[in-house]
Design a protein around this ligand. Sequence first.
Ligand SMILES: [Zn+2]
Length: 208
Amino acid sequence: MQLRLDTHMHTRRHSPDSDLDERQLVTQALRRGLNGVVITEHHFQWPEEELAELRRELVAPPGFVLLSGFEYSSRKGDILVYGLSHEWAQKYPPAREPEEMLRIYQEAGAVCIAAHPTRERIPFDDRILDMPFEGIEVESCNMAAHEQRLARKLAQGLQLPMTGSSDAHRIEDLGAYATAFEGPIETMADFVDCVRRGAFAPADRNLS
Ligand SMILES: [Zn+2]
């Protein structure tokens, strides 16, 4: 079963730079043909109870995926972290070394995706060539066309699977890019398992 998910976005409830109203998440995701979303705030992961409350409030249809990881901003590059508890997101201040954080998170059981790795303003440096990410984000609203091409080359060179995700900070961008995952995915543990198996690829964009 293929699931089309947007796995990188910020809501205004927990990301100060975002204008995206979390109460519109499900409606917009369904409009864009998504089967779900994984919220990734800056240095914050939605606690399970709060996510459950949002699921109830938004009356998500059966099978709709609504999960949360977080985005860690290292000294060189941003890391999407999935599969840890809420507390982990605030455990380390920003701007630590990327390899160190990748090691810490993966040892704790997370899977990590390099967010917009070739983005001019906040790229990784060449250390990314030796960092064992589970995947590389190659498409996002925050990557220009040439940055997307570079990121694809990077992922191909490293033989790592790729993701497409919106990195939305406003509701209109949600689902502009997405990734197709080989499901079933109901829980974060399912999601982590799927990422570990490399069972995902950028979804096509032939949607309304
Ligand atoms: Zn982001």
